[in-house]
Structure formats: structure tokens, C-alpha cells
Write a protein that binds this ligand. Structure first.
Ligand code: ADP
Ligand code: MG
Length: 389
């Protein structure tokens, strides 16, 4: 049994639960998105990998009708009567992610039983590696208690938690990869058809995420604003090309044809999404050809597009990307996740990983006085129950 599983089980005992022998444990991973940023809610393409960083949840029954949830990361507990779930409103608190999952499990027709639920995540919270999908999916599984659910139904259920209860209009990528992750494989997902393809990464390249340790407040309002700006661009094209229902339906040529009718900044946002969809396709090809140089160039092109057209970068992230691009053995670097801080993702030659961490860490500290964290992103399996004993 790993340390995190032991700690969540111990957490049940610390909550005074007397039925820990009946406990079940579930986990769901975070992810790093290799390429395809802000394309998911535009029904385009993304290519994430699931991480071996995950949210782990232990649950054991209570007999008093109370659902008590405890986050070891937050060192905080919240209790609600199970009966109150249907009418429960969000409270802009971490517990929204968990109680929202309970509500959605109920709404999907499953019972939700009184329980102690103890949560610990090794996914850094708010760093762009999707601790949010990890907590949504793992707690949904904990409320389901091993009852059968179709994988895609679980993905959609977890996304509804974030869209409807937390109030974040995110796309489907994070929940999809948390459920469908595979060891040693990236997942290329078509966010319209929800068809996915497993793509092996070349052995000769390592994926390293670098946490800038900053998150600018602007991100919270910019995300829904970007969603709106994209819709604004779609409306201009839909009037002129009836088949266009999302930016996914536009290629670069069609885009240029009418782009003068799209006000800025919506025009730039659309240009990012359309070029980014093309980069995802090209990146898949480059992976299959083991063309590390091309993979790296697509990373950097994606970064510039996010920085200049989508305007979701920040000085700390730009510094990490530019510095990484100048280091030996680095093929490419880009912002990953929602933006305005969080992580960069880097393609690094295996022999250069140690010097990469050392040199980038030192440069970042010298510039900003902050020590970044590094994560070796080995593609890991998706969510499931943790076998005990
Ligand atoms: P990201 O998904 O990039 O980590 P988000 O802002 O989407 O960032 O989600 C972070 C939020 O999810 C946190 O502010 C918190 O409310 C919730 N959360 C994630 N993991 C945990 C956890 N282990 N315990 C409690 N809340 C968590
Ligand atoms: Mg998130």
C-alpha cells in the first residue's frame, strides 16, 4: 500500500470513523496537456497525458445520515446531511468540487450514502495540472462506491460538476484524460466526436513540467472571457458559412477570408484556436515519426500563439519558456493549462534532464526569487479503485 493510501485511511480513523475495515479507496490522476490549449471548449483537438500525480480518496460508511468530507491538502472538513444534497447551493469553497460530485452522482440516479470521505492529492493545486478534474473524478468514484458506470458517462458527470456547480465553463479534456489515461501513451482526443487515439511518445524525449509557483488572479475572469470571445468569432462565420458551429469547423483559409468582420481581440483568439488545432495534428505526426525537432518547434509555436494571440501568458511563464529554449537538450517549451501562471511543459533529451532542472531552476530563482518545482511526466493510467491489502 502506498503512503498516500495509508494516509487517507488513517485520516478516516482520525475523523473518528469506526468502520474503516469497510473502507474503499479510489484515485484519479492529474494531467499535463502536451498541445492543444483552449481548443477543447472549441470542440477541437487536444493531446494530454495522465500523470502519476493523483487525487486519492478513502470512504467509509457512517450511520447518522451525515456526509463528512475532509481534505488533507486544505486541512479542512465540511459536513452536510445527505438529505440536503439535492437543494445544496455552491459556496465558492473547495468543497464545491466534492459536494458537486455527490449531487451529480445522485442526479445520475445512483444513491449517495452517509460517509466519511478523506481526500489527499499529490497534484499541485491550481498549477495547471488539473487537480480539479482529479478531485472531481476521484470523489465521484468514491460516491459511486464501485457501482458500474460507463467511462464516458463518468467523464461527462465530472465535467458537469465543474461547469454547473463550480461555475467554470471548461471543456472536456481534463476529465476525459483523468478517466482514460494510459501508461506510456499520450491521448489525442477529438473534443467533438470524443473519439480518441493512443499515441506513443518517442523514448528519446522526456516530458518535464515546470511549476512557476505563481497564479495571477486575472486567470479566473479571463477564462470565461476567452470562451465568450471564441463564441463571438463563431457567430461571424456562422452567418457566412452555415456549416460553421464552432471554431473547429474553420480552416486557416476560411478564417482569413472573413477575418476583417471579426472585431479584435476575438479575431486573435480565433486565430490561436485554428492554428492550435493544426498544431495538434502536426504534433501527432511528428511523434509517430520520432521527429523531436519538429515536436519542439510545434511546442514553441504553440507558446507564441498563446502569448500573442490568446494573451494568456505572463512574465514568469515567458521567462521559463525562453530560458528553457536556450538550454542544451531542450527541443521545445510552452505554457500548459489555463494560463496566467501555473506550469510550462518541456520536451527534453533524457541525458539533459538533470542539467535542465539545475540551470532553469537557478535562472528562475535569480530573476524572480522563486524556486520552481519540476515534475517528470511519465504517462500513467486513468482513474480507478485502489485495491487494498
Ligand atoms: P488546477 O485544476 O489547474 O489545479 P483549478 O483552479 O482548476 O486548478 O482547481 C483548483 C481547485 O480545486 C482548488 O482551488 C480547490 O478548490 C480544488 N481542489 C483541488 N484539489 C483539491 C484537494 N486535494 N483538496 C481540496 N480542494 C482541492
Ligand atoms: Mg482545473
Amino acid at each position: 500500500m502506498d503512503g498516500i493510501t495509508q494516509r487517507v485511511l488513517e485520516g478516516l480513523r482520525a475523523q473518528g470513523n469506526t468502520r474503516v475495515d469497510e473502507a474503499k479507496v479510489f484515485r484519479a490522476p492529474g494531467r499535463v496537456n502536451l498541445i492543444g490549449e483552449h481548443t477543447d471548449y472549441n470542440l477541437g483537438f487536444v493531446m494530454p497525458v495522465a500523470l502519476d500525480l493523483a487525487c486519492t480518496v478513502a470512504t467509509a460508511p457512517r450511520t447518522d445520515g451525515i456526509l463528512r468530507i475532509h481534505s488533507r491538502n486544505m486541512n479542512d472538513t465540511r459536513e452536510v446531511p445527505v438529505d440536503s444534497l439535492p437543494a445544496l447551493q455552491p459556496s465558492r469553497h473547495w468543497s464545491d468540487y466534492v459536494l458537486g460530485a455527490a449531487k451529480e452522482v445522485l442526479a445520475a440516479g445512483y444513491p449517495v450514502e452517509a460517509a466519511d470521505v478523506v481526500i489527499e492529492s499529490s497534484v499541485p493545486v491550481g498549477a495547471g495540472l488539473s487537480s480539479s478534474a482529479a478531485i472531481e473524478v476521484s470523489t465521484a468514484l468514491a460516491f459511486l462506491l464501485g457501482r458500474t458506470i460507463d467511462k464516458l458517462d463518468l467523464v461527462k458527470l465530472a465535467r458537469r460538476v465543474e461547469n454547473n456547480f463550480v461555475g467554470m465553463p471548461c471543456g472536456i479534456m481534463d476529465q476525459f484524460i483523468s478517466v482514460h489515461g494510459q501508461e506510456n501513451r499520450a491521448v489525442k482526443l477529438d473534443c467533438r466526436s470524443l473519439g480518441h487515439e493512443l499515441v506513443p511518445l518517442p523514448f528519446s524525449v522526456r516530458v518535464i513540467a515546470v511549476n512557476s509557483m505563481v497564479k495571477h488572479d486575472l486567470g479566473a475572469s479571463a477564462y470565461p472571457q476567452r470562451v465568450k470571445e471564441c463564441q463571438q468569432a463563431v457567430a461571424v462565420y456562422a452567418e457566412r458559412i452555415p456549416e460553421v458551429q464552432s471554431l473547429r469547423d474553420l480552416n486557416a483559409e476560411q478564417f482569413i477570408h472573413y477575418d476583417e468582420y471579426v472585431p479584435t481581440p476575438a479575431r486573435w483568439r480565433a486565430r490561436h484556436v485554428i492554428s492550435e488545432n493544426e498544431r495538434v495534428q502536426a504534433f501527432r505526426e511528428a511523434c509517430i515519426r520520432h521527429d523531436r525537432a519538429e515536436m519542439g518547434q510545434l511546442f514553441y509555436a504553440s507558446h507564441k500563439s498563446m502569448r500573442d494571440d490568446y494573451e494568456i501568458s505572463c512574465p514568469e511563464i515567458d521567462f521559463l519558456v525562453e530560458t528553457a529554449m536556450g538550454l542544451e537538450g531542450v527541443y521545445g517549451a510552452r505554457l500548459t493549462g489555463g494560463g496566467f501562471g501555473g506550469c510550462t511543459v518541456n520536451l527534453v533529451s533524457p541525458e539533459a534532464v538533470d542539467s535542465f532542472k539545475q540551470q532553469l531552476g537557478a535562472a528562475y530563482f535569480q530573476q524572480f526569487g522563486i524556486t520552481p518545482s519540476f515534475y517528470d511526466c511519465r504517462p500513467a493510467a486513468g482513474a480507478g479503485e485502489v485495491r487494498l491489502g
